[in-house]
Design a protein around this ligand. Sequence first.
Ligand SMILES: Nc1ncnc2c1ncn2[C@@H]1O[C@H](COP(=O)(O)OP(=O)(O)O)[C@@H](O)[C@H]1O
Ligand SMILES: [Mg+2]
Length: 226
Amino acid sequence: MIQLKNITRVFEIGEKPVYALKNINLNIKSGEYISIMGTSGSGKSTLLNMIGLLDRPTEGKYFFDNQDVSSLDDNALARIRLQKIGFIFQFFHLIPRLTAMQNVEMPLMLGGTPSFSRKDKVSAILKSVGLEKRMNHRPNQLSGGERQRVAISRAIVNEPSALLADEPTGNLDSQSGKEIIHILEDLYNKGITLIIVTHDPEIGKRAIRQIKMKDGEIISPDHEHL
Ligand SMILES: Nc1ncnc2c1ncn2[C@@H]1O[C@H](COP(=O)(O)OP(=O)(O)O)[C@@H](O)[C@H]1O
Ligand SMILES: [Mg+2]
């Protein structure tokens, strides 16, 4: 499903170029559960953004669902993201002036789903993550764990094949963090490809495949397994 071939990402700001990713080779099959760990600055977010088509390689090739996406333009990448990839972040990235319902509805609107079917779908998803009583709340009226559940709902509303999470529990207390991981693992058990970047070894070791990064490189030994 995901094939990174000799991917390098260089950031050219200031005097010295920063090699955030160095010659990464990584294959990920549909339905895998992967954690990405490593110290701060080791390139975890850059790798996840690359996998999620939010960034482009400086060098190397990327095949997503057997399509070479290295050379696609922004619109084409956005279309693939909207249909096939869900993202969640440490700080939720919800739109503050919209309700939970409206935040989750957004990707359906962008995808052209008509209004009447949007409402049913959004209600069902918010209910499935335990937010049936919070649908009309705005993000600042919700707890951190509730905000992340809205973010998960938004990420999966278009039924993506992959769900990418960048430190999804990094801003939560441990109980809310556990609940979020259980929701993500439920989605994995239903077939979604799950990739979690985390600092927390307890969370990292739950994944079926653990990838460790250091200085822009993957250092765990089995990363090229198919
Ligand atoms: N947009 C950017 N511009 C310049 N440098 C960046 C940018 N994003 C990341 N970097 C640099 O790339 C390296 C890896 O960053 P990142 O992937 O965010 O690490 P991690 O998520 O593991 O903490 C760091 O040295 C960081 O400063
Ligand atoms: Mg990061």
